[in-house]
Write a protein that binds this ligand. Structure first.
Ligand code: CAA
Length: 260
């Protein structure tokens, strides 16, 4: 499918999806949300793709939020539908079986930070700034930010960030455990791709199941999570990846995983 607001490049089993509306600092309007939803479904089904990287076009912004110009005239029912749509799209990203890395190359604000938080982990450039400025607009986060941020860093820090509307630098977000690593801007994509390719060379079924166990386990009692983990662990022993991975170890060679 052709996208108007997204760039998609696939090489060496890694897809790089770039939000591309630089004239609006990559703000998420309805059309862009529709395209993101199509892209996530398309990439989930594409056997060429093992890992997804999400980033923003230009040097200034990852994504500066939902499109304020589109939201400015929304009625309460419109805004409710817009939030439900954004949540649906970001949940589709969160639920992808394939690993997803956010390369946060600049402002990640409001819906932009919500997009990044829907990824499995975040790398960021030294110049990136993260925050939820919604209160400065008289609103609140609406694409899952209140839920995902509080679960990730706890309610105290989430309260401070969301109530103040302030932006924090990438280095502080790293200290809070929101960002995994910070790189100089010119190295961010290369470092992200290096990590993505390393992940893509592993057994992808095992990675998908581990992602599933971590995500679902967090919503379960711990012993239920252990049971779920053991069940998935057992299923993996019926896969070609397990046969190949363990045979390669015994034969002292590099594993050549073929499955998706
Ligand atoms: N929506 C629509 N347009 C946006 C935008 C947004 N979220 N963010 C930036 N733009 C547009 C600007 O209007 C401007 O367009 P024009 O040239 O046509 O005026 C262009 O992008 C460049 O932006 P600035 O001139 O403002 O750039 P700056 O360097 O001076 O400031 C900024 C950068 C601090 C990020 C500033 O643009 C800003 O504060 N943007 C809004 C951030 C924001 O409030 N995001 C939250 C949105 S609400 C939300 O996301 C709700 C939710 O949870 C779903």
């Amino acid at each position: 499918m052709e996208f108007k607001n997204l760039l998609l490049e696939i090489s060496e089993s890694v897809a790089v999806l770039t939000v591309n509306r630089p004239q609006s600092l990559n703000a998420l309007n309805s059309e862009l949300l529709n395209e993101l939803e199509c892209a996530f479904y398309q990439l989930e089904l594409d056997p060429e793709v093992k890992v997804l990287v999400v980033t923003g076009a230009g040097e200034k912004a990852f994504v500066a939020g939902a499109d304020i110009k589109e939201m400015a005239t929304m009625t309460p029912p419109d805004a409710h539908r817009f939030a439900l749509k954004g949540q649906r799209v970001l949940l589709a990203l969160e639920k992808m079986k394939k690993p997803v890395i956010a390369a946060v190359n600049g402002y990640a604000l409001g819906g932009g930070l919500e997009l990044a938080l829907a990824c499995d982990f975040l790398y960021a450039s030294e110049s990136a700034k993260l925050g939820f400025p919604e209160v400065t607009l008289g609103i609140m986060p609406g694409f899952g930010g209140t839920q995902n941020l509080a679960r990730l860093i706890g309610p105290k820090r989430a309260n401070e960030l969301i109530f103040s509307g302030k932006m924090i630098p990438a280095q502080k977000a790293e200290g809070w455990g929101v960002v995994n690593e910070v790189f100089p801007a010119q190295e961010l994509l290369a470092k992200t791709l290096e990590c993505a390719r390393a992940i893509a060379s592993q057994g992808t079924i095992g990675i998908g199941y581990a992602k599933d166990a971590i995500a679902h386990g967090l919503d379960m009692a711990k012993e239920d999570g252990f049971r779920y983990e053991a069940a998935l662990f057992g299923v993996l022993f019926g896969t070609a990846d397990q046969k190949e991975g363990m045979a390669a170890f015994v034969e002292k060679r590099k594993a050549n995983f073929r499955s998706n």
